[in-house]
Design a protein around this ligand. Structure first.
Ligand SMILES: [Zn+2]
Length: 263
């Protein structure tokens, strides 16, 4: 399972000016959107933690065909539509501006604006610098048209986008530059584990409509492999399941969690 790495997220600081110039729409109620939070409170008292859980909604998975790029694009377009809808509502409840990320589907390593895409590393990457999700449709990915991993990877990367829109990535990047390696790694893990939690919460909200077997979800948990930047395997599973179990973004405040949960 695949994530943004420290060097990718660390560019968020330079992306702040861009984020501020983005024009989003205020809440449907017409109330003016609140400013994107800054400072330590962006991590621990984020308005996203005041929203309800993702509304359960329908999100069908269009059929894919092995090697057929177009069918994968259609699959992902639908998934992004579901994520846009789900997160737009959370941001509306939080009183924060929202607009969907830019998305690029690629089939080989390219320069993402956050460095060269490392094809062997990730199926998805979010680059805060250009507010773009980069999804790699490799030969390997295209050979498994029934797999569920792409769905969860995209949900995870979208979690990073939500963190960016909510001021979390910018504060993370600001703090990272002042911390020693150990504490910077811990903070990086909190960012990653939160994206896992967001992913679990979103997947649960659309799960009944996917027509998948519980086995597909259990398999995701089985495949998790931890590392220094993403946390121990057990902690990744913990946050995925915590998101899955309901409550919405509020249960995903990894920044207030004890160190044992983010090791
Ligand atoms: Zn990540």
């Amino acid at each position: 399972m695949i994530r943004i790495s420290l060097h990718v997220a660390a560019v968020a600081v330079t992306a702040v000016a861009g984020a501020l110039s983005l024009t989003g729409t205020a809440g449907a109620s017409g109330t003016p959107a609140r400013p994107v939070p800054t400072g330590p409170g962006a991590l621990t008292r984020n308005p996203l933690y005041t929203t309800g859980e993702f509304e359960s909604s329908k999100c069908a998975e269009p059929g894919r065909r092995a090697g057929d790029l177009d069918s994968y694009r259609a699959y992902l377009d639908d998934l992004f539509g579901c994520l846009d809808r789900a997160w737009r509502e959370e941001f509306r409840q939080a009183g924060l501006r929202f607009s969907p990320p830019k998305v690029r589907y690629i089939t080989k390593s390219v320069n993402t604006g956050c460095g060269q895409y490392v094809a062997s590393y990730a199926a998805g990457l979010y680059c805060p610098r250009n507010k773009t999700m980069w999804i790699l449709l490799s030969k390997e990915e295209l050979s498994d048209p029934t797999g569920f991993d792409l769905f969860t990877v995209v949900a995870h990367e979208y979690g990073h986008y939500a963190q960016d829109r909510a001021g979390i990535l910018a504060e993370f990047a600001r703090q990272s530059h002042t911390l020693g390696r150990k504490r910077a790694d811990d903070l990086n893990r909190r960012v990653e584990l939160q994206a896992e939690c967001f992913s679990g919460a979103f997947v649960a909200s659309v799960w009944p409509s996917l027509g998948r077997d519980r086995h597909d979800w259990d398999e995701q948990l089985t495949w998790v492999v931890g590392d220094r930047w993403h946390g121990r395997t057990g902690n990744i599973r913990y946050w995925l399941k915590r998101g899955w179990s309901g409550g919405g973004p509020r249960v995903c405040d990894t920044f207030s969690a004890p160190a044992s949960r983010t090791a």
